[in-house]
Design a protein around this ligand. Structure first.
Ligand code: PMP
Length: 426
């Protein structure tokens, strides 16, 4: 009883030199240093910014209206009354939780309906959903690959992919971002008999807003007898004339890809992830992959929201066109003012590379003061001198928003001027 009354601030600290001392963890020490440096520079953390309500193209932070580029509500479907109604109906019918793993008591017709439509979208035979996009990659890659195997992957792939490879024990071989000649070289030099191999890329890169040469990926994977897995988290609704992803964008047969991965958290305005593949592969995953077998099924309102959003975005391709026009519009305006937008194809993701992490954080702070919310991507997510602002576009941004944003970026950058590096970084 005495323990439960103790406040966490009073928790006993282990003696100095004890192996139980959390503060000896290298990550925790670095974190404390970074926080202290930011405090001494009176820099407000750009992280964990609380939005007051629904974060769409416009949002409110601490009671102030902002043009919002920090959320991945790509087609404006989070908040769509039809999506909300579908979620409410699912709660009325099924409750808030499936109260079990799919394999035991958690299966609902709604899951199967969503999976059928996700599979159809990718031209795949079947699909399996998971409660998180991150968990989808970790558990699927961790389950498919083993310690004798290799995964050759783009250096810019998401943390969930690298964590999955780590879990699998496979040899992890990165190649320079979008350098397919390097991918081929790495595959050729590492490939051995008696092992499995995977080529792993994203369909729309979340750091750069660019896309891979999928035909080359298929060719390399086939030549080296490797599986090709494509993470389409940011592609759905954003890439291709009707938003069906990178295969549609490049006019390719989706059957060249062995495993499609996607999330429900971006265009589909929900939470969760999925794999779409051959029916026998999905059936095997359904029965064996730990992240499904030993985890709860997708919550009914989230499955229903994703299904409603999936149907709406396919029925209303003008949303995709608006998103792409906005992405290209913002990128071109920024370029015209001399900013480095990298290789962004100008859709849902437009980076503005500014240099040091500290300078980028300061510009983001100055932008927020001017009514524009945008996240930074700083070291160690990207190399220290390529820290950037990352604009997530929405179909619901207006031309006026884009014009005001570019003026705000120009003013914010001018107000910050030259900035030194954060102590201890890069
Ligand atoms: N893959 C990529 C490329 C991502 O960017 C993300 C997260 N933004 C994920 C997977 C994980 O998805 P979720 O946030 O839906 O868990």
């Amino acid at each position: 009883a005495r323990l439960s009354k103790r406040r966490s601030s009073e928790a006993p600290r282990p003696d100095a030199g004890s192996a139980r001392d959390f503060t000896t963890l290298p990550g925790m020490r670095d974190f404390a240093l970074l926080k202290a440096a930011m405090e001494s520079l009176e820099l407000r953390s750009p992280l964990f910014v609380a939005h007051d309500g629904l974060a769409g193209a416009h949002s409110s932070i601490e009671g102030r209206e902002v043009i919002n580029y920090a959320s991945y509500n790509y087609l404006g479907l989070n908040g769509d009354p039809r999506v909300q109604e579908a979620a409410r109906d699912a709660v009325s019918r099924y409750g808030t939780s499936p109260s079990g793993s799919r394999i035991t008591s958690g299966e609902r017709a709604l899951h199967l309906e969503l999976e059928r439509e996700l599979a159809a979208l990718h031209g795949a035979e079947a699909a399996l959903t998971f409660v998180s996009g991150h968990a989808t990659n970790v558990t699927t890659i961790g389950h498919l690959m083993g310690p004798r195997d290799i995964v050759v992957h783009d250096a810019a792939i998401h943390n969930s992919c690298t964590e999955g490879i780590r879990l699998s024990g496979a040899r992890r071989i990165p190649f320079a971002h979008n350098d397919m000649a390097a991918a081929e070289r790495e595959m050729a030099s590492a490939r051995r008999g008696g092992q499995r191999a995977m080529l792993l890329v994203e369909g729309h890169y979340s750091m750069d807003g660019d896309i891979p040469d999928l035909a080359r990926c298929v060719e390399i994977a086939r030549r080296h007898d490797a599986w090709l897995m494509v993470d389409e988290a940011h592609s759905l609704g954003a890439i291709g004339p009707t938003g069906r992803g990178v295969a549609e964008a490049q006019g390719l047969d989706p059957a060249g890809v062995d495993l499609w991965m996607g999330t429900l958290s971006k265009t589909l305005s929900s939470c969760g992830g999925y794999i779409a593949a051959r029916a026998d592969v999905i059936d095997w995953l359904r029965h064996t992959v730990p992240g499904s077998v030993y985890s709860v099924g997708l919550a009914p309102p989230l499955a229903a929201a994703a299904l409603a959003a999936l149907r709406i975005f396919q029925a209303e391709p003008e949303r995709v066109a608006r998103l792409q026009a906005n992405g290209a519009g913002l990128r071109d305006r920024l370029k015209a003012r001399g900013f480095d937008t990298g290789a962004s194809i100008g859709s849902a993701i437009v980076p503005v590379v500014l240099g040091s992490s500290l300078r980028t954080a300061k510009v983001a702070g100055a932008l927020l003061e001017r009514g524009v919310a945008v996240q930074t991507v700083v070291f160690p997510a990207v190399p220290e001198q390529s820290a950037r602002l990352r604009f997530f576009l929405s179909s619901e941004h207006t031309e006026e928003d884009l014009d005001r944003t570019v003026e705000a970026v120009v003013a914010a950058v001018a107000s910050v001027g030259r900035v030194e590096k954060l102590p201890g970084l890069g």
